[in-house]
Design a protein around this ligand. Structure first.
Ligand SMILES: [Zn+2]
Length: 512
């Protein structure tokens, strides 16, 4: 996921509230969904533990072993591909372009059938767009786009990795290294699935596109360019599938099986600058309500007036599906979840920062600036508000509300950058059903559920040309694995790579 990704965070045990049995049961049911949403969204707080104990992790927690025959070949390819330092940077002279070139060359060597059969286009230099032409009578109808990105976030050399960050080392049932989960792992299982199907002589009825980004982590424009290319050729995808959710173990208290959480939408992002001015001068004779005081007042107003909460349907559905499978005997509650929507919204609001973020637009003031010297009054003071926009709102509506909350015409607002939330894709359509069937084939024990993610992915650039955009990587991750995303000791289970290949194979076979 990209730079808007909220760090993964493990929620502490849920407070179950008052002791009346019915209240306790209800609170537990709500907590199940709430904690799950939060845990799926993030677990960075856990990473210190995860990182230091990484040598002791147990990769045998996926007993089904679906796709075992695909696992080791995929792992070996991933090991090599992790070795290329494909770190994209906004400073172009810091990018090791030869590493991107070598990655692309390696891909051609590792996946000869794909490169022989599919048409390959370069986008923006090093992003890749493959076309697997359908052979059915109506090949151009219902095309699908499978996405991943192969740029990665840097490895901080001060971090203490168990195996070097770009080693691709295999040990303990894992492939270790930057990009193992985010997102070279997903790229490898897509390519391995297509390669294996080609070798078996399969050809899809409808066109299949593979779009692999080279600058997702820096919110680059390659995915937008690829979407534009497709649009220019009249391609209107029937479905787009990118990274996002995962097959999450230990994400929901009381749920003993993995949850395959499929993102049906993602929040928007906005950097909004707040600016105030005053005459400046010497600090020995300050005016009343100078630039810094006025700015502080605005920040406090934002802090004290949260955006209104609402409960997205996808999160209600997630709570219901997890509750039904959590073994708590809470079906009475979860089967009537719609009636509890108001209460659910309230509970999400008070449970914790992560669950609260699912139900509303959030505002975090991240950067502050006053004068440059200790005895000089600021003539200009500025703050940056980093805002994550909930589904149903827009950049414009958020700016308007911020203006209302601050209620001071002398505080200027300037949009530095921003994009609205994605539209919400259906979880009741044929596309979602086909994803669910592919999960059932690859992770038979998993509960499939929609959710809304707080982080951004490249797939947002495709929502303009496709109403059915989903965010899911078929890779199994427990809390400790999830904690390694964008952190130290990133790693992926080798067994899960095999299941991931099966997921994409089943998806493609199922679509004919
Ligand atoms: Zn990613």
């Amino acid at each position: 996921m990209g730079e808007l990704t909220v760090p993964w965070h493990r929620l502490p045990d849920m407070p179950l509230g008052p002791a009346k049995p019915i209240n306790r049961a209800l609170a537990a049911a709500l907590a199940v969904g709430a904690a799950g949403a939060a845990a799926v969204m993030g677990a960075r707080a856990y990473r210190a533990g995860a990182g230091t104990q990484a040598g002791a992790v147990d990769a045998a927690a996926h007993p089904a072993g679906v796709g075992a025959e695909h696992a080791q070949p995929a792992a070996d390819r991933l090991s090599e591909l992790i070795g290329y330092r494909t770190v994209f940077s906004q400073a172009r002279d810091r990018i090791e372009l030869d590493q991107f070139t070598e990655f692309v060359d390696a891909l051609a060597r590792l996946y000869p059938a794909v490169h022989q059969t599919l048409e390959r286009k370069f986008v923006n230099g090093h992003a890749l767009l493959f076309k697997w032409a359908g052979t059915g009578p109506d090949a151009e109808a219902r095309p699908i786009v499978l996405m991943a990105h192969y740029d990665v976030v840097p490895v901080d050399t001060r971090d203490n990795w168990t195996h070097p960050g770009f080693s691709g080392h295999q040990e303990g049932g894992y492939v270790w290294g930057r990009g193992a989960l985010d997102d070279k792992g997903a790229l490898v299982v897509i390519m391995s699935a297509v390669e294996s199907l080609l070798k078996e002589g399969f050809s899809p009825a409808h066109d299949v596109y593979l779009s692999f980004g080279n600058n997702e982590e820096t919110a680059g424009d390659s995915a937008a360019t690829a979407a534009g290319l497709l649009a220019g050729n009249g391609v209107r995808p029937w479905m787009v599938l990118d990274e996002g959710g995962a097959v999450a173990l230990e994400a929901f208290p009381g749920l003993d099986v993995p949850a395959a959480v499929i993102g049906v939408a993602e929040k928007g992002g906005l950097d909004l600058e707040l600016l105030t001015h005053s005459a400046g001068g010497h600090a020995s004779t300050p005016p009343r309500m100078g630039a810094t005081a006025r700015l502080a007042q605005a920040i406090v107003a934002l802090e004290e007036t949260p955006f209104p909460a609402s409960m997205p349907e996808a999160i209600v559905e997630m709570t219901r599906r997890i509750g039904m499978n959590s073994g708590f005997g809470l079906r009475l509650v979860t089967e009537n979840m719609w009636a509890f929507k108001g209460l659910l919204t309230h509970v999400f609001g008070v449970l914790g920062d992560e669950t609260r973020a699912l139900t509303r637009t959030t505002v975090a003031v991240t950067m502050l600036e006053g004068s440059k010297a200790s005895n000089v009054l600021a003539s200009t003071a500025r703050a940056n508000a980093n805002i994550r926009i909930a589904v149903g709102e827009s950049v414009e509506s958020v700016v308007e509300r911020v203006r209302d909350i601050i209620d001071d015409p002398l505080v200027q607002l300037r949009v530095r950058s921003g994009h609205g939330p994605s539209p919400v894709s259906s979880f009741g359509n044929e596309q979602f059903a086909s994803l669910s069937r592919a999960v059932a084939a690859s992770y038979p024990e998993a509960v499939v559920t929609p959710y809304i993610q707080t982080g951004a992915t490249d797939s947002r650039h495709f929502t303009a040309i496709c109403p059915a955009v989903y965010r899911f990587s078929p890779l199994l991750m427990d809390v400790s694995d999830r904690g390694s995303l964008h952190a130290v000791n990133e790693r992926v289970r080798i067994s899960s790579l095999g299941s991931g290949v099966v997921f994409y194979r089943e998806l493609l076979l199922g679509l004919g």
